[in-house]
Design a protein around this ligand. Structure first.
Ligand SMILES: NC(=O)c1ccc[n+]([C@@H]2O[C@H](COP(=O)([O-])OP(=O)(O)OC[C@H]3O[C@@H](n4cnc5c(N)ncnc54)[C@H](OP(=O)(O)O)[C@@H]3O)[C@@H](O)[C@H]2O)c1
Length: 230
C-alpha cells in the first residue's frame, strides 16, 4: 500500500489532487483546518481508497506542523504534496508583521519542516510535489509577500531535489497560473474566474507527473491558460 500526505486537502487544488490520486492501494493522509470541508473530501475519496486519515492542524505555527508530523507517525511516505498556502495581497508598505509571519509559516516553514522530517524515510521511487505558482517566477504589484514565499520555496526545493537525486526521490515543482479556487475569495478586487484554469487541471498534471516511470522526472510543470494571465 502507498502512503500519500497532502496538505491543504480540504478544498481547491489540494482536494482535486486527493480525488485524483485516490486508489484501492492508497492510504490518503488528508490535511486541512476546516473540519467540515475535510469531512466532505473524506466522504468522496473514502470509497476509492484503502484507508483515509484526516489531519486537522494549523500550519502557520511550527507547533502545528510538529503536531501534524507526530500524527502522521513513523511509517514512511511514498508521496508528500506541499499544497497548503495563503495569499496576502496588498501594497508592501501595508503588510503587517503578523501577515508576513503567517505567509512564511504556511508557505515556506511548513513545507521545509515536512520535507526535512519525511524525506529521510522515503523509499526510492517516492516523490515530493510542491505546489508553487507563476508567482514563484515573476513579481506582481501587491503580491510581494506571496511572491517572496513562492520564490523561497522554489529555491529551497531546487536544492532538496539535488540532495535527493541519488536516493531516487523525485522533487516535482508545479507552477499553476490563476486557478479558480476559494483563495481568490479573500483577495480584494474583481477577478475574472472564467479566465482561470480549474483545480482539476492542476491535479491532472500532478497525476501525470507521478505516473511517469520511476527513472523519469517532470521536475518543473508550468500550467498556463490560453486566455493568458489575468
Ligand atoms: N488558486 C490559484 O490561483 C493558485 C495559483 C497558483 C498556485 N496556487 C497555490 O495552490 C495551493 C492551494 O491553493 P488553492 O488555490 O487551492 O487555495 P484554497 O482553495 O484557499 O485552499 C488552500 C488550502 O490551504 C489550507 N490552509 C490555508 N491556511 C492554512 C493554515 N494556516 N494551516 C493549515 N492549512 C492552511 C486550507 O485549509 P482550510 O481551508 O481547511 O483552512 C486549504 O485546504 C497554494 O499553495 C496556493 O498558493 C494557487
Amino acid at each position: 500500500m502507498k502512503r500519500y500526505l497532502i496538505t491543504g486537502a480540504s478544498r481547491g487544488i489540494g482536494r482535486a489532487i486527493a480525488e485524483k490520486l485516490a486508489g484501492p492501494d492508497v492510504e490518503l493522509l488528508l490535511h486541512g483546518r476546516d473540519t467540515v470541508a475535510l469531512a466532505g473530501v473524506y466522504k468522496t475519496v473514502k470509497q476509492h481508497c484503502a484507508h483515509v486519515v484526516r489531519l486537522i492542524h494549523d500550519l502557520a505555527v511550527p507547533s502545528g506542523v510538529s503536531d501534524l508530523i507526530h500524527q502522521v507517525g513513523r511509517n514512511p511516505l511514498d508521496l508528500l504534496v506541499n499544497n497548503a498556502g495563503i495569499a496576502i495581497v496588498k501594497p508592501f508598505c501595508e503588510i503587517t508583521s503578523i501577515e508576513w509571519e503567517q505567509t512564511v509559516g504556511v508557505n515556506v516553514t511548513a513545507p521545509f519542516m515536512l520535507m526535512q522530517h519525511f524525506a529521510p524515510g522515503m523509499p526510492p521511487g517516492s516523490s515530493i510535489v510542491n505546489i508553487l505558482s507563476i508567482a514563484a517566477k515573476t513579481g506582481f504589484p501587491t503580491w510581494s509577500a506571496y511572491c517572496m514565499s513562492k520564490f523561497a520555496l522554489r529555491g529551497f526545493a531546487q536544492c532538496v531535489r539535488e540532495e535527493l537525486r541519488d536516493r531516487k526521490i523525485r522533487v516535482i515543482n508545479v507552477y499553476p497560473t490563476a486557478t479558480d479556487t476559494h483563495i481568490w475569495s479573500h483577495i480584494e478586487g474583481e477577478w475574472p474566474r472564467h479566465k482561470m484554469i480549474s483545480p482539476e487541471d492542476v491535479a491532472s498534471a500532478v497525476a501525470y507527473a507521478l505516473s511517469r516511470p520511476a527513472d523519469v522526472t517532470l521536475e518543473n510543470i508550468s500550467i498556463s491558460s490560453l486566455a493568458g494571465n489575468l
